[in-house]
Design a protein around this ligand. Structure first.
Ligand code: SIN
Length: 317
């Protein structure tokens, strides 16, 4: 049993309860045991889980057989759930729940990906001007092997840059939008859905966390297309450096799913990677995700992100 030590601002509401918290790596990821997420949590426990999330970036729970409604209710204790996915839809009858199925639409593109270490890594919905603050993913059908998810700590990645490079990237901004992974083409369905809800935003490359004030290297490899104000070659080469840096194994944690596991991540300070090995296996994989409404990111200079196309994501109530 360990108490949460929150480096940064204290949570605004109740004092934090003590949790059975078991960190998984030096930088990111902790399992939380001893809670029943199917029922409302006391305010002090909500504060403790929130503090753990800000400290460990992704927290995991085991043996939580939630319904969709309980999943949304759990999420609602930490913020305001959004529509399941602004572009790719939601589960029938559960508008705040997004289906993460093995063959979900957003993973279907044409041609072969250009596989580089950062291919597929992303922070959720950074094409929007206010990407979700957090995402809560629940495992329902889990393959007997394969299908792990990985997360990386973008604050640790920022801290590990040299002071000179930190100063340089502090002033930069970049354009985020939905495009197929590098090397692949868009399907007709992809184009149609993205035309129906176009989302393009400019975010700072270094984001100041809205709750803790910590800085993170806010680069989302799947969505961040180019750095504003640099030539295409400068932009590509600097992005390759930063993308490779943020996915260094020392900043990451890898989670082995079980049925009824839950992963809850701070989408302000992490990127994650959905598994590719499931496409080599015959097993099904079905998870469900709820995301919480986020704030418009702010850079080191205090400048907020700007929407180039599309409206901010709103809570779905
Ligand atoms: C996601 O990208 O939100 C889903 C991750 C996963 O499928 O493991």
């Amino acid at each position: 049993m360990s108490d949460i030590l929150l480096a940064g601002r204290e949570p605004a509401s109740a004092p934090a309860a003590s949790l059975d918290l078991r960190p998984l790596t030096g930088h990111i990821g902790a399992e939380i045991h001893g809670l029943d997420l199917s029922r409302p949590l006391p305010p002090s426990t909500v504060a403790a889980v929130q503090a753990a999330l800000w400290q460990w970036k992704v927290v995991f729970f085991r043996k939580q057989p939630l319904t969709h409604a309980q999943h949304v209710a759990f999420a609602g204790q930490f913020g305001r759930p959004t529509l399941g996915h602004p572009v790719y839809g939601y589960v029938d009858g559960h508008p705040q729940v997004y289906s993460v199925a093995r063959n979900r639409f957003s993973s279907r593109h044409t041609g072969d990906q250009l596989l580089r270490p950062w291919t597929g890594w992303h922070t959720d919905v950074t094409a929007a001007v206010n990407p979700p603050a957090a995402s809560i993913l629940r495992g329902v059908v889990i393959p007997p092997y394969g299908g792990d998810t990985q997360w990386t700590n973008l604050e640790a990645a920022y801290e590990a840059l040299s002071p000179t490079l930190r100063d340089f990237v502090d002033a930069l901004r970049g354009i985020h939008q939905f495009v197929p992974p590098e090397g692949q083409g868009a399907t007709e369905e992809f184009l149609r859905k993205n035309r129906a809800r176009p989302l393009v935003s400019e975010h700072p490359l270094v984001r100041v966390h809205p709750a803790t004030g910590r800085r993170s290297l806010y680069v989302s490899p799947l969505f961040l297309q180019r750095i504003t104000g640099l030539s295409p070659r400068e932009s590509r080469q600097l992005l390759d450096l930063l993308f490779e840096h943020v996915v260094l194994p020392e900043f990451t944690v890898r989670f082995r799913w079980e049925k009824d596991s839950i992963a809850f991540w701070d989408n302000n300070a992490t990127a994650h990677l959905a598994p590719r090995d499931i496409y080599r296996l015959d097993f099904d994989r079905q998870l469900y995700r709820v995301t919480l409404k986020g704030e418009v990111p702010v850079g080191v200079d205090g400048r907020p992100s700007t929407a180039i196309e599309g409206e901010p994501l709103d809570a779905y109530e």
